[in-house]
Design a protein around this ligand. Structure first.
Ligand SMILES: Cc1cc2nc3c(=O)[nH]c(=O)nc-3n(C[C@H](O)[C@H](O)[C@H](O)COP(=O)(O)OP(=O)(O)OC[C@H]3O[C@@H](n4cnc5c(N)ncnc54)[C@H](O)[C@@H]3O)c2cc1C
Length: 416
């Protein structure tokens, strides 16, 4: 008799966590992803600000799953699911499943201003961040070249929209690039004159953190000479710059870090979704009336112990992937399935430049250098499948401390 076929869509934090734990199970497993690599999204901002190179934050899926003999990898873009026939549509082919895990993550949302995407790219894919890196580095080049003072000011103004962890990290990293990494590289301009503006429509940055940590983050940003503008939204965004509330601000580089939307999984499955498109799943992470379909990670709406939906974080996706593998293994072995999923929160953190971070462990709140060291340790613990964590850590540390100039490359379309 054929072994059951488990299909996992998405080799992000959730999908890979499930696949790795299904290695050696009595089932055939197929992992489908539109990319051939797993991306460590928490460090995308470092590629965008020329601190790291793309290869330092991505790892081939086949290499990660090399030792899992029962796991097959398919490179392809999923564009639909037929629940009745138990089929996944991958470009122009079909893959049949007995059990399905959907872990397709999230994408940007411009809150109805999709036309802003061209001028204010977000951070999600390698191509996004190498594009942002190109814009930032080109802006310094153009500022160096122009003799028009107003144009120079525009080239040296960088706006980051959204004061969540990604926006805070991005603004801090642009400030360090300008004030430290590029310090000696130009002749006509002083890169340190760059104006970095972080715009948050709410009343404080890092609103998911306790107010004292928001204040600490704001202080750290201001020490890096980032202007923090809270309380007014961006109302216009185009090639000349932005308008914050009523106030226009000329800027050549705008980065979007303000919102995400779940992948299209709810449409594929034709099931109930929340405001940001996440599939409403049950406590065992399955779709109502379909115990054979699990949805996890950024694509799933799951309630936490406090009755609020769990945040879109890597540890949430990883724990859900591990849980689903446990359920599937229990089903395969005819054993009782585990109790409903429960998220273990080991804390949330955000970093501001190379020396400061904020960390909220519930029982302990930290900011400054100690929080930064913890941030580094926790990020390394999140690494999935990078062959040798020690090599990766040393590689990152070296690049991080030296502001390696090798990553400061202007590449891609329009870079001549
Ligand atoms: C810039 C940024 C910074 C972040 N920083 C942090 C942080 O510091 N700490 C933290 O905990 N979390 C952070 N996160 C969030 C974290 O990365 C996500 O919560 C996590 O990646 C979710 O895991 P996932 O498995 O649900 O989705 P993902 O990891 O996004 O994986 C989804 C996978 O599905 C694939 N896929 C999508 N659609 C299709 C399709 N149609 N066909 C085939 N394959 C498809 C994708 O290629 C991808 O490989 C950050 C996210 C971003 C964007």
């Amino acid at each position: 008799m054929a072994r059951p076929h488990i299909v996992i869509i998405g080799a992000g934090f959730g999908g890979l966590s499930a696949a790795l734990r299904l290695a050696g199970a009595d089932a055939d497993v197929t992992v489908i992803d539109r990319r051939n690599y797993h991306l460590f999204q928490p460090l995308l901002y470092q590629v965008a600000t020329a601190g790291l190179s793309p290869a330092q934050i991505a790892s081939p899926i086949r290499a990660i799953l090399r030792r899992a003999a029962n796991v097959r990898v398919v490179l392809g873009k999923v564009n639909g699911i037929d629940k009745q026939r138990r089929i996944v549509m991958v470009e122009d082919s079909e893959v049949a499943y007995d059990q399905l895990v959907v872990a397709t993550g999230a994408r940007h949302s411009y809150f109805g201003h999709d036309d802003w995407e061209g001028v204010a790219p977000g951070l999600k894919k390698i191509d996004d961040v190498t594009g942002i890196r190109r814009r930032i580095l080109t802006a310094f080049e153009q500022a160096e070249h122009t003799t028009d003072a107003q144009a120079r000011r525009r080239f040296l103004t960088f706006v980051v929209i959204g004061g969540g962890p990604t926006g805070v990290e991005m603004a801090g990293a642009i400030a360090e690039l300008a004030h430290v990494a590029l310090r000696h590289d130009f002749r006509a301009i002083n890169p340190g004159d760059a104006r970095i503006v972080l715009v948050e429509s709410g009343s404080r940055v890092l609103s998911a953190f306790p107010p004292m940590l928001s204040e600490a983050a704001r202080g750290s940003l201001e020490r890096l000479q980032v202007e923090v503008r809270v309380g007014r939204p961006v109302t216009r965004c185009d090639a000349m710059g932005v308008t914050i509330g009523e106030e226009p601000l000329e800027a050549a580089t705008i980065v979007w870090a303000a919102g995400v939307m779940a992948s299209a999984a709810a449409q594929w499955l034709d099931v109930e979704k929340d405001r940001v498109g996440r599939v409403m799943v049950g406590p065992d992470l399955t779709v109502p009336s379909h115990p054979e379909i699990f949805v996890i990670g950024d694509t799933a709406h799951v309630f936490g112990a406090d009755g609020r939906p769990l945040p879109g974080l890597a540890p949430v996706a990883k724990q859900q992937g591990a849980y689903v593998a446990q359920v599937l293994r229990a089903r395969l072995g005819g054993r009782a399935v585990p109790a409903p999923f429960r998220y273990r929160n080991w804390g949330t953190m955000a970093t501001i430049g190379r020396r400061a971070a904020v960390a909220d462990f519930g029982w302990l709140r930290l900011d400054g250098t100690l929080a930064w060291l913890l941030w580094g340790l926790i990020h390394v613990s999140l690494l999935i499948g990078f062959r040798n964590r020690l090599v990766v850590i040393l590689d990152w540390l070296w690049s991080y401390i030296t502001f390696q100039s090798g990553a400061r490359l202007i590449t891609g379309p329009g870079s001549h």
